[in-house]
Structure formats: structure tokens, C-alpha cells
Design a protein around this ligand. Sequence first.
Ligand code: SF4
Length: 183
Amino acid sequence: MELKGFIKTSLIEYPGKIVSVAFVGGCNFRCPFCQNPDLVLNSQSLPSISEKEIIDHLLSKRKWLDGLVISRRPLSGKNYRKVAGIVDEKLFRKVKESVKILSSSNIDYELRTTVVPGLIDQEDVISIARGAEGVRKYVLQQFVPKVTLDKQYEKIEPYSKDKLEEMREKIADYVESCEIRGV
Ligand code: SF4
């Protein structure tokens, strides 16, 4: 696992906790709205961060830090293959299996969908929530049209807060809790 990015302190990556965040280089997906295009497309040209550097930081700040987030995240759903550019059937099955394993485990987790107008509408959100029925925590994440993998996505107007609230209401029966993030 090659680590290509490191944030020493984050208050948002793990709600309620103060964490450091390490980013794994590369990704099998090609989400056009991705906000880490360099990590996805050019990770080989980025300098690697050593495990020692990260461990040294964690040890030196252990009084204040709650943990380390290792960031590399997909999510399943009816149209997700199309959205993320996944053409490998085996890979898609693995994503679905991961959701199943997490849902039936005691591990603390959340499933997150970045709600991008033109890619994900209310029906898609309902479909994803149905597919992940019973999931303990589901997050509707606001799309931020800045530094996207496909530059065309920087012109897209995000959904309003009211629209995201409406989506949350529609899926309330499928997920144990749903948070709207980034608005
Ligand atoms: S948004 Fe996440 S899953 Fe999609 S390309 Fe970027 S890093 Fe990969």
C-alpha cells in the first residue's frame, strides 16, 4: 500500500474524533467528480510518505489524536458502476460484498454518497438506500464543484440543502441514520 498524501489533523474525516488522514495512491475508479484527481491519475509521480513518518507523527501527538483514517473509498448502488466507470464485474461484486461484511460486523463504519446533480438524483439515492437497507450510518455528502477529475464537473451547481433534506426524508425507512454533510 503506497501512501501519497497525509493530513496531520482533521476534524471532519471521522465525525466526533480528531484524526490524521493518510491517502492511498491510485484508485480503480474514475468518478468524474473526484476531488483527488492527482492521487487517482498521477499517483506514481507524487512522492510517497513513509509509514515511519506517519507513525512518528501519531506517537508525538498521541495525547490529542484519536486515530488514523486511511482514505480510499467506494460505495455500491444501482447506477454506481456507470457513475464510477467500473466495467469490471468482479470489482463491482467485491464492493457489494464489502458493504455486506461491514453491515453484519461490529466495526464502526459509514456509507457515503456524494450527491452530484446529473449523476445521482433522488431515485438513485432511494435505490442505494434500499440496496443498503439496515445500514447503521448513511451520509449524503454535498458535491463541491472544485478541482474535479473531469473539469466539466466544476460547472455543475450542487443540490440545495432543502433538496438534500428531502432526499433524507425519503430514505428514512431504509437506513438507521442518515446525515447530510458539507452544507
Ligand atoms: S471519488 Fe473516491 S472512488 Fe472515486 S475516483 Fe476519487 S478516490 Fe476513487
